[in-house]
Design a protein around this ligand. Structure first.
Ligand SMILES: Nc1ncnc2c1ncn2[C@@H]1O[C@H](COP(=O)(O)OP(=O)(O)OP(=O)(O)O)[C@@H](O)[C@H]1O
Ligand SMILES: [Mg+2]
Length: 504
């Protein structure tokens, strides 16, 4: 192998699932000592490519080469033994076991057939220190926040001597501080000569962290950039979607009507100070804040998912008694969750059934008979208008790519009668082309008279979408800005913890 040959090579990798060509003839190389981004729209084949690498789903045809040698991995254990690890977004750790046990699962240090606890503890502590983490190895994994769990997953890879490490959207549930930490670890691994593949939809992360980049579109290799120095966002977006997206938001002002939602002095778990706000019909209110500021908690109170301890909620001027989400939906108040795995999709049902779940009861015939015509037409309409990539309406939703699952959740709520729409991180994990489509849908609903609250951790998104921006900090609403006067600096300042501001 000449020194210029990339350490990891994908050669004509093809992967077909029933009815789907997820990857077709993908070839490119990834060098040591570089962080290589993998980009593409939802369903482009990024996660599938990583699965061929990890042995989770071996390629249908084509091959991988590692250090010039052809490799076929038939299981993740196979891949790990060859030094290849993939860190998925839904981490594959066991919450009931300790940190140390998770790191060494499958190769626990043993003496005379018994696990050597002292050695296990010491080895795990060393691995974690390498990552700058001082987590007690005997802590139960379930007690760690998501960012530290990810570090445990990385420690596990390193304990097996992994030199090829791939990350699939690792930052989507991390706080800004956790992201900084993760990036430091990734840079460190790069400098030690590891091969790093990095999947993310966040353009700014790609430019901050990555040295090279490969773009996939519809399962095909579009282009590999050996360096990103002269590459622009516009160019990458064009490679990904095959067209220009001039203005992602396309904001236009709309007339605002009577109040759609009136929230007075609401309090409950996670919302420690009385929250008061009004959203007019046709208005979009952005709700910004750092992770843990109480935004999701506030939405859950407004949706009746968690009982209010104080305060009142009105929809179209009528008080709503919120004992359960059913009351909220009955009043036309709809909540689109950020956590699609836990609260959003029903994995074992089809795309069509997931689409129709929420609106179905309004369309059943006399005696509770399912209205097949409506079911088919509604699912077709949502899938088409949201541009969901699926081979058929009967596909199990769990077999769709992450971003396409997110679109179906949205479609499910768009099928119902909406007066107030509460959207929690509606574009997390969604590619830039689809984002722009979702923004257009939000604007359309607003033009049709819905009052909309959008929670987002993405500041440009909040400022690009909203007519007004409310900011939460430590369980309280700390400020509300009109669009015309909201600057990024002001909004951030209202979101930062108070002690940080006084220290600065
Ligand atoms: N287990 C599976 N069975 C059938 N089809 C699948 C399966 N997993 C993925 N697919 C399909 O393969 C294609 C590529 O999916 P993949 O998950 O690789 O996309 P992705 O680029 O990671 O997208 P995202 O950005 O949304 O995560 C999609 O059309 C998806 O529906
Ligand atoms: Mg994916």
């Amino acid at each position: 192998m000449s020194p210029a040959t990339p350490h990891l090579q994908f050669e004509a990798v093809t992967k077909t699932y029933p009815g789907v060509n997820a990857l077709q003839n993908v070839s490119f190389g990834v060098s040591r000592g570089s962080v290589h981004a993998l980009m593409g729209e939802n369903g482009a084949g990024k996660s599938t490519l990583l699965k061929t690498l990890s042995g989770f789903h071996p390629p249908t045809s084509g091959q991988l080469r590692l250090g010039g040698q052809t490799k076929v991995f038939h299981s993740t254990a196979d891949a790990l033994a060859a030094g290849v690890a993939v860190i998925y977004q839904e981490l594959h750790l066991i919450p009931e076991m300790t940190v140390a046990e998770n790191i060494y699962l499958g190769h626990l240090p043993a003496r005379r057939g018994l696990v050597n606890r002292t050695q296990l503890h010491a080895q795990a502590a060393t691995q974690l220190r390498r990552l700058g983490e001082d987590i007690d190895p005997d802590t139960k994994l379930a007690h760690l926040p998501i960012g530290q769990r990810q570090m445990v997953e990385i420690a596990k890879a390193l304990s097996r001597g992994a030199t090829v490490i791939a990350f699939d959207e690792p930052t989507s549930s991390l706080s800004a501080r956790e992201i900084k930490k993760l990036f430091a670890v990734i840079r460190d691994l790069r400098d030690q000569g590891c091969v790093i593949l990095y999947v993310s939809h966040r353009m700014e992360e790609i430019f901050q962290l990555c040295d090279a980049c490969t773009v996939l579109r519809d399962g095909q290799h579009v282009r590999t950039y050996a360096t990103l120095t002269d590459v622009t966002t516009t160019q990458l977006v064009q490679d990904m979607v095959g067209r220009d997206i001039a203005d992602v938001f396309g904001y236009t002002a709309r007339p605002h009507g009577a109040p759609a939602l009136e929230v007075s002095s609401v309090q409950g778990p996670g919302v420690s100070a009385p929250a008061t706000l009004t959203v007019a019909q046709g208005e979009i209110l952005g709700l910004f804040g750092l992770i843990g500021a109480g935004r999701t908690e506030l939405l859950k109170l407004l949706f009746g998912a968690v009982p209010l301890t104080e305060g009142t909620v009105k929809v179209h001027g009528q008080p709503v008694s919120l004992r359960s989400p059913r009351d909220a939906i009955g009043a036309g108040l709809v909540y689109c969750t950020e956590d699609r795995k836990k609260e959003g999709i029903v994995p074992i049902l089809s795309v069509q059934e997931n689409c129709n779940l929420s609106a179905r009861s309004a369309h059943t015939r006399f005696g509770g008979l399912i209205n097949d015509t409506w079911e088919l037409a509604n699912a077709r309409h949502q899938v088409d208008s949201l541009n969901v990539k699926t081979p058929s309406l009967h596909q199990l939703i769990k077999q769709l790519s992450g971003g396409n699952q997110q679109k179906i959740i949205l479609g499910r709520w768009l099928s119902t009668k909406i007066r107030v729409l509460l959207l929690d991180e509606p574009t997390r994990g969604i590619d830039i082309g689809a984002k722009s489509e979702i923004y257009q849908i939000i604007f359309r609903l607003a033009r049709e008279g819905a009052g909309i609250v959008v929670v987002s951790s993405d500041l440009p998104e909040v400022l690009g979408l909203a007519d007004r921006v409310a900011v939460m900090r430590e369980g309280a609403i700390s400020a509300i800005f009109n669009r015309a006067v909201a600057t990024p600096e002001q909004v951030l300042a209202a979101a930062l913890p108070l002690e940080k501001i006084s220290a600065a």
